[in-house]
Design a protein around this ligand. Structure first.
Ligand code: GLU
Length: 446
């Protein structure tokens, strides 16, 4: 039987060595839900938490492919099927050199709670490969995707596990993956989301994560009588999430003054809008060029080797990757008067950075709530595929907006009910946890 949260976490660390991001993600959730578990002995008796931190299935496989020079390359592929209590496993595929089992376990664990918050019937999963699509030709990416799907296809399906995109996996990769799945299974199904509009995709799926994050942030700001009007916003990426987030912030009257990548960031005090935003929208997703191109083209400052958190802002939005905003960055944001930090990426803030935001009364939204608009719209894509119809842009946007408002409301209500009003981290973890935990109780020890 569980002794205390500390002993539980020690057990997780011992059982999952060399997976620091997974430990971090579990720590965050356990800290929030421990008081809930203590109040409800049925969760302890059924060992719900012990079961939640153990993936239902981990698939790890070899991905051999041939590059343009005719040389054989070998990558490693994974799919973590974390939790199917409330629906088929659902979550993206990440292609990035940093990918390993621990990173994907953290992402699949986060995804379980995120998907639960969307109110849609989706379990949690995540997958990917240490393959780096940067600098590869289209044909190399195609051959890699085909090789990857040649193994993955036997583990997924529209009622089993429905992957989507994540870092390094966009419309191009989903197309190649879908083509290979269809060829191998001889079935045209909604097995992936983020598909092209002509072949089963949903309107608004590309916009969904960025727009959803802006909708969530607007709800949060409103709790303090604030909005985006006239606010200065900093972000750290410039891909699918970042660019559509900028578009929505502009619509809501704010101004985004930074973008960046792993090599540095561009600072454009006039704000990114109009023709500059049009240019940015294609910079990565079409031309696959680095963020510095923006600084060069529009003659704004490029700060190499740094993240944009040193730039004064009202609202900071990490849109890149895990642990990209650390305590010194949080201190700089606090010193510069930042009022609100919204995670558009997954676990971008370290635990000590979040603790500082809480201590200073700065609004902080965890990714599993704020960036859930992407997977929520994937859920809407699944619904449309099942019905074999396509909703209008307005219909999808209306549903997305409603879902983000609901998630915000659920976080606020759970935080208040469990004695930590205004703590969105605790609220998201508790609300996400309860739905999955109750489904697991209902379904017995499986
Ligand atoms: N990769 C996205 C996420 O982190 C989207 C996943 C999906 O649409 O299944 O939530």
């Amino acid at each position: 039987m569980l002794q205390n949260a500390g002993a539980f976490l020690e057990g997780v660390i011992a059982r999952n060595p060399a997976e620091p991001e997974f430990h971090q993600a579990v720590h965050e959730v356990v800290e929030s839900v421990w008081p809930v578990i203590e109040k409800r002995p049925e969760y302890r008796k059924a060992r719900i938490l012990e079961r939640m931190v153990e993936p239902e299935r981990v698939v790890s496989f070899r991905v051999p492919w041939v590059d343009d020079k005719g040389e054989v390359q070998v990558n490693r592929g994974f799919r973590i099927e974390m939790n199917s209590a409330i629906g088929p496993y659902k979550g993206g595929l990440r292609f990035h050199p940093s990918v390993n089992q621990g990173i994907l376990k953290f992402l699949a664990f986060e995804q379980t709670f995120k998907n639960s918050l969307t109110t849609l019937p989706m379990g949690g999963g995540k997958g990917g490969s240490d393959f780096d699509p940067r600098g590869k030709s289209d044909l190399e990416v195609m051959r890699f995707c085909q090789a990857f799907m040649s193994e993955l296809f036997r583990h997924i399906g529209p009622n089993t596990d429905v992957p989507a995109g994540d870092i390094g996996v966009g419309g191009r990769e989903i197309g190649y993956l879908f083509g290979q799945y269809k060829k191998l299974k001889n079935e045209f199904t909604g097995v992936l989301t983020g598909k092209g509009l002509n072949w089963g995709g949903s309107l608004m799926r590309p916009e969904a994560t960025g727009y959803g994050t802006a909708y969530f942030a607007a709800e949060m700001l409103a709790t303090r009588g604030l909005d985006f009007q006239g606010k200065t916003v900093t972000i750290s990426g410039y891909g699918n999430v970042g660019t559509f987030f900028i578009q929505k912030v502009n619509e809501l009257g704010g101004k985004v003054v930074t973008i960046g990548d792993e090599y540095g960031y561009a600072h454009d005090p006039a704000g990114i809008s109009g023709e500059k935003l049009d240019f940015l929208m294609k910079l990565w997703t079409v031309h696959r060029r680095p963020a510095k191109d923006y600084a060069d083209k529009y003659r704004v400052e490029w700060i190499p080797g740094k993240r944009p958190w040193e730039v004064p802002c009202d609202i900071a939005v990490p849109t890149a990757c895990e642990n990209e905003l650390r305590k010194p960055d949080a201190e700089a944001l606090v010193a510069n008067g930042c009022k609100c930090v919204v995670e558009a990426a997954n676990m971008p803030c370290t635990a000590d950075a979040i603790a500082l935001f809480h201590a200073k009364g700065i609004l902080h939204a965890p990714g599993k709530a704020a960036n859930a608009g992407g997977v929520a719209t994937s859920g809407l894509e699944m619904s449309q595929n099942s019905m074999r119809i396509g909703w209008s842009r307005e219909e999808v946007d209306k549903r997305l907006h409603g879902i983000m408002k609901n998630i915000h409301g659920a976080c606020v209500a759970a935080a208040a009910e469990f004695g930590v009003p205004g703590n969105y981290d605790a609220g998201a973890n508790i609300a996400g946890f309860l739905k999955v935990a109750d489904a697991m109780l209902d379904q017995g020890v499986v």
